[in-house]
Design a protein around this ligand. Sequence first.
Ligand SMILES: NC(=O)C1=CN([C@@H]2O[C@H](COP(=O)(O)OP(=O)(O)OC[C@H]3O[C@@H](n4cnc5c(N)ncnc54)[C@H](OP(=O)(O)O)[C@@H]3O)[C@@H](O)[C@H]2O)C=CC1
Ligand SMILES: CC(C)(CO)C(=O)C(=O)O
Length: 339
Amino acid sequence: MGRSWGEKRMRVEIIGAGALGMMIAASLTGAGHEVRLVTRTLEQADAIRSKGLLLSGGMECSAVAGDEEQVTLYPSAVYAYDELQQDNGCEADAECVLLMVKQTAITDAFAAFVGGRIRADGRLVCFQNGIGHTEALSRFIPASRMLLAVTTEGALRHSLRHVEHTGRGLTWIGALAPDSPTAEDNFFQKKLQSQLQNAGFAVSLSNQITSKVWNKLLINAVINPLTAVLQVTNGALIELPALSPLMRSLYEEACGLADKLGIPIAPDLWEQVLEVCRLTANNRSSMLQDVQSRRRTELDSITGGLLVKARETGYKLPTHEAVYALVRSIEQQWETQNS
Ligand SMILES: NC(=O)C1=CN([C@@H]2O[C@H](COP(=O)(O)OP(=O)(O)OC[C@H]3O[C@@H](n4cnc5c(N)ncnc54)[C@H](OP(=O)(O)O)[C@@H]3O)[C@@H](O)[C@H]2O)C=CC1
Ligand SMILES: CC(C)(CO)C(=O)C(=O)O
């Protein structure tokens, strides 16, 4: 008899217990999956081990909460990165590793660590915004074992263990190397889709995930740097008439590059950019949050990712060059102060 992808719970390892990692870990735990969560610090691992994850928000359609406004959930295991670096008997036995760190955390040493966490028949699913990370990871993990996820779910971290699900969205998942998928590849994707759906997420599979990644990249490349430079919420961008031509230039330059690279962009993407500004009007973009917390932003994977592709193809992105220099200068101010 054939296997059914909905029939069995998954054993999942989530690396990165930030906003997205804690929210998805809590939701999968609530749906009965075996979740191992990997934090950066021992302090956070201890906090979650002793008091659990606190999930709030988004409860109206959550699979875990019923009528509660917040729930506490205990993942099956929690480890700090350093603990897993030591030989502590925690095998790389998850069928699926969900990577939920920011692009800025993906150094060669970290990519090698992630490679060591994937079992021989396991899969890595990368949730990062932007581009460039798969090149670093594929030095340690075969491309055939990597999937990309693009999500418009919103999550906000309030403390080491409290996360708020700030907005329900959609998630697309697809293979990094979509040509000639095996029966095993198809089975895995359908199982992951079914299990995430059963944890309350709206998930679609895509055999054009690169195009989805680029559509989200273009949205981020228009919104994020401008909010970071101007220190305004997403909604303010469409309230300031003088910004409109600048946003449009960023958008058109990036569309021209995608076209040159043969990557399909949704015909209504400009309307989507404006719609994201309207729907998330009061939100601070992730880049603005990073700037305000003096953390290194994902600039190099968003605007910088476009600039790398442009250089490789001899394409010019003057407006993105200018915006890159502005955000990078903001980062350099505090790098100089801290050195
Ligand atoms: N938040 C959201 O709503 C969405 C986020 N995304 C994307 O998802 C990715 C994650 O975003 P988000 O969750 O917001 O980011 P966060 O910064 O909230 O979370 C990233 C987490 O990774 C942890 N981390 C860093 N290095 C390591 C390490 N060596 N081992 C284990 N953990 C590590 C960080 O730990 P520490 O805090 O201790 O430094 C942090 O908790 C980003 O690429 C983002 O663009 C996409 C869509 C929506
Ligand atoms: C879509 C947007 C701009 C929402 O804030 C985002 O993805 C981000 O902040 O990184």
